[in-house]
Each structure stands twice: as structure tokens, then as C-alpha cells.
Write a new protein. Structure first.
Ligand SMILES: Nc1ncnc2c1ncn2[C@@H]1O[C@H](COP(=O)(O)OP(=O)(O)OP(=O)(O)O)[C@@H](O)[C@H]1O
Ligand SMILES: [Mg+2]
Length: 463
């Protein structure tokens, strides 16, 4: 088999650019995709030196020439640049040295167009967040003691530069609090950049957070990371426990030193950014699960906010409900006067697994749907009607007493225990299979299988 021809065939059919230079920096191979990504309009680049083809690069700024010099590759390196058509492109490159008998013989660079990830790149996220209005303290509704304390704490801590950790279940208002910390601070006219750590593949995150210093095709000018892009302002890292644990260590270093170094660069940059992180599980559970570094946790939680779930904060329910009723009346041009007593009672007794967001959406739905001037229970979303569905446990071991359990085999006792755990979780999540399986760390199919095996049946009759 002629591997050269096969390699050529593969490279011609890949939507990936391949560029190979020898130890002197002269091009020995490149494929068609380079033309699309770099606009390589040199008739035949083979045999020419890198700097002849890309005159804007230098020995110091080229990914390939640097790798030739240092012998160290660069993996998963994100670059933004303007191509020959003046179109902004984002590429992901890996620059790999190749050795023969211990001698550096050349460098291979492989890259792909990652414009599909563009919504994660710094320019877009900062732009979209800066275009949005930022919440202020007046947007936090509730007059309970807890809410007053929350607002006071925001006011007191807004102007500190210490990092902040905010945690609370989904929909409890974490983003609201974070935005208030920014809008209450003297940083308010500087960028507020929010990035969900779960949204970026971990291989790209380091480049996106810290920026990059070298380029493949043009001089690297546009390579700020999120931290630098937030200069003077606030960087909000949501779902911090989704960030790769080794990257968490690098973030910690930045928090301790106040300096960053772009990937591929030796120079440090001092950056003045307030970092706020959030997570929607108890940080101690995240530490236990190995998704949050303990040392980062201690550094981040110099100031921390723990937002209670709505079911533990029932005093605010009526006020928040009235606020959203008014809000959606205005938005939808309606004049609904209030809620029936039954609805308010229901609101106070319900668990609100989705917290304030769920309450808000329920009211939006009801305001849309109601035909009377008071919202009644029948105007609420259908899934509330399933709320009272009962877990009808078919007791296969009904006759067994605690005493007899000691005669059960280990696997029977394990089954019984497993059954209890599943039933409790189902009750907690109102028979919602997705949430229950997530909580138990089981795929949905496995949960269904276990429910079947352990004779756990749900009675889905409506009330
Ligand atoms: N106290 C409050 N007063 C008014 N609105 C609130 C309050 N708490 C939350 N909200 C509203 O509830 C919705 C959800 O809040 P937010 O996005 O801040 O939650 P979150 O904790 O970040 O949730 P997630 O973990 O799902 O991202 C938003 O529309 C927010 O404005
Ligand atoms: Mg949020």
C-alpha cells in the first residue's frame, strides 16, 4: 500500500486543515482546506518558508515556528482572526512536533474551523451580555427578613474585589444576585461577562478563559480571553463545578496572583476583574463528588451567598406572585386582578422544584390562559394537576416484619433498601422520572428497569 497516496486522499477529504513544515520552517505539505481557512493564494507553497507565505507572522508569533524552536506542541488552541476575505473566523489548532531518532524533524499543524462554537467566544458573550439590561436591587422581590438581609449583603459586598461564590437550586435567583453585585458596584459601567462553564468543551476552555498569544496565519492580535475581556468589570462563571479540575487550579492561580498568561506566551498581564462563580448544588457535595476543588472553593467563597429554595421561603410567595401577575398583565395587556384563595393556598403548599422561575412561568401561563378576572386552579399549567398523583406501592413483602427481614438473603435486603431509596426520590420529585433519575445518578432506562423489577408503580390519575 502506498501510504503517501492514502494520506493525500484522506487529507483531501477532511474538513480539517493540515500543514506540515520541515525543521527549517519550509512547507512540505498542506491540504486544500488551508486555502479556505487561510486564503493561501500562493501558487505553490511547497518548498517556501513559512514567513514567506505568511508575512504578518514572526518567529515569535507563529505557532509553528515557536514549536520548531521550543520542541513543545500546543494542543487545542483557540484562535480568532480575520481571514483574507475579512471575515472573522475561529479556529482550533494543534501544533505537534515530530521527532525521528530523537531529533526534531518538523512540525505538523492540524486545525478546524470552530465557528459553530462561536457563541462561546468572548466577543459574542460579552456583547450579548452588555446589550442586555443588568438586573438591579429593585428587581429582587420580597420583603421577608431573608430578602432584606440578602439585599443588604449585596450592598455591603458589591464594592469589594474579593471573589464570590453563589449557590442555590435552579431558579432561586443566582444570576439575579450576581448581576446586582455588578450593578451595585463601581464596576457597573465596565463589562459584565457571564459564561456557563458547562457550555464549553473542556479542551477549548483554557484558551477561551486565558486567551492565546500566537497565530497560525496572521499576527495574533485578537486573542484576549474572557478574563481580559472583562477588564475592570465582573466575570461570572456559572456552573463552576463543570469546569475541568485542572483548569480550576489555573483559575485559582489567577485569583491568587491577579495575573494571567495567555497560552503560548511568557509575558504576564495584570488584570483587574472580579470573579463570581455559581453552582446549583451544595459546594460540599461538589467537593465530595470531586467536581469542585477544595482550594478553589475556599478562595472563591471569601464572600458567599446561599440562596434558599422557594419552598423554604414561603413568606415571599404572595408578594412574588403579585409582582409577576402585574408584570405579565402589563406585558400581555391584561387586567387580571388576583388569584383565588385556592391558588394561593396551593402556591404556599407546593414544593416548587424549579423555584422562582417555575412560579414565574406558571403565572405567565395562567395570565395567558385565564378568561376571568381572578386566576383559578384550572388556569394553572396541566402538570400541576398531576401533582397529587400517588405512588401506589404494590407491597410484595407485606407480611414481612422487621424480625423476618433478618431471615432475608442479602440481595433481598439490598432490593428492599433500593426500593425505599427509589420511592423516596420519586416522592421528592413528584414522580418526575427525569429529575428522579438525575438525582439518583441513573439513566432513565435503568430507573424504569429497576422500578419494574422492584414492583414500583405510579398511579397517574389526575385529581
Ligand atoms: N427574588 C426574586 N425576585 C424576582 N425575580 C426573581 C427572584 N428570584 C428569581 N427571580 C427570577 O426567577 C428567574 C430565575 O432566576 P435566575 O436565572 O437568577 O436563577 P438561577 O438561580 O440562576 O437558575 P439556574 O441555576 O437555573 O441558572 C429569573 O427570571 C429571575 O428574574
Ligand atoms: Mg443561572
Amino acid at each position: 500500500m502506498d501510504y503517501k497516496n492514502i494520506l493525500k486522499l484522506i487529507s483531501e477529504n477532511l474538513y480539517c486543515g493540515i500543514f506540515i513544515v520541515d525543521k527549517n520552517g519550509k512547507v512540505i505539505f498542506y491540504n486544500q482546506s488551508i486555502n479556505d481557512l487561510a486564503g493561501l493564494n500562493v501558487e505553490n507553497a511547497v518548498g517556501k518558508h513559512m514567513l514567506e507565505i505568511f508575512p504578518k507572522l514572526t518567529e515569535e508569533t507563529s505557532t509553528i515556528l515557536r514549536t520548531l524552536k521550543t520542541g513543545e506542541g500546543l494542543k487545542n488552541y483557540v484562535q480568532n482572526y480575520y481571514n483574507y476575505q475579512d471575515k472573522r473566523v475561529t479556529i482550533l489548532s494543534s501544533t505537534v512536533p515530530y521527532y525521528e531518532n530523537g531529533q526534531l524533524e518538523g512540525v505538523v499543524e492540524i486545525f478546524s474551523d470552530v465557528d459553530k462554537y462561536n457563541n462561546m467566544s468572548q466577543s459574542k458573550s460579552s456583547k450579548s451580555f452588555m446589550e442586555n439590561t443588568i438586573y438591579t436591587l429593585d428587581d429582587i422581590i420580597g420583603n421577608s427578613k431573608g430578602k432584606k438581609e440578602l439585599k443588604n449583603k449585596i450592598k455591603k459586598t458589591a464594592n469589594s474585589n474579593s471573589p464570590v461564590l453563589v449557590y442555590g437550586e435552579t431558579g432561586t435567583g443566582k444570576e439575579l444576585v450576581v448581576q446586582c453585585l455588578h450593578s451595585e458596584s463601581t464596576r457597573r459601567n465596565k463589562p459584565f461577562i457571564a459564561q456557563n462553564c458547562a457550555a464549553i468543551p473542556s479542551t477549548l476552555f483554557e484558551s477561551i478563559l486565558f486567551g492565546t498569544a500566537l497565530g497560525s496565519f496572521t499576527g495574533a492580535k485578537d486573542s484576549k480571553g474572557l478574563i481580559e475581556a472583562a477588564e475592570g468589570g465582573t466575570l461570572f462563571l456559572d456552573e463552576i463545578n463543570s469546569m475541568d479540575i485542572t483548569l480550576q487550579a489555573k483559575l485559582l492561580r489567577f485569583l491568587q496572583e491577579g495575573y494571567i498568561r495567555r497560552l503560548g506566551e511568557n509575558k504576564c498581564h495584570e488584570v483587574d476583574v472580579r470573579v463570581i462563580a455559581a453552582l446549583n448544588e451544595d459546594p460540599y457535595d461538589a467537593i465530595e463528588a470531586g467536581t469542585l476543588r477544595k482550594d478553589l472553593f475556599y478562595r472563591l467563597s471569601v464572600i458567599n451567598f446561599s440562596l434558599p429554595p422557594l419552598r423554604e421561603n414561603k413568606k415571599d410567595i404572595v408578594e412574588i406572585s403579585n409582582y409577576f401577575l402585574n408584570f405579565f398583565n402589563n406585558k400581555l395587556n391584561k387586567e387580571i386582578k388576583g388569584f383565588s384563595d385556592e391558588v394561593l393556598e396551593f402556591f404556599k403548599s407546593y414544593d416548587w422544584p424549579g423555584n422562582v422561575r417555575e412560579l414565574k412561568h406558571s403565572i405567565e401561563y395562567a395570565v395567558n390562559i385565564t378568561e376571568s378576572s381572578f386566576i383559578s386552579k384550572s388556569d394553572l399549567p396541566d402538570y400541576f394537576k398531576l401533582k397529587n398523583k400517588k405512588i401506589n406501592v404494590v407491597e410484595i413483602d407485606e407480611l414481612k416484619t422487621d424480625d423476618s427481614s433478618s431471615f432475608m438473603s442479602l440481595s433481598e435486603q439490598v432490593d428492599q433498601f433500593e426500593r425505599k431509596v427509589i420511592i423516596n426520590a420519586l416522592k421528592q420529585y413528584d414522580c418526575n422520572i427525569s429529575k428522579t433519575s438525575k438525582k439518583l445518578g441513573l439513566p432513565r432506562q435503568t430507573l424504569y428497569y429497576k422500578m419494574d423489577k422492584l414492583s414500583i408503580k405510579m398511579d397517574k390519575t389526575l385529581d
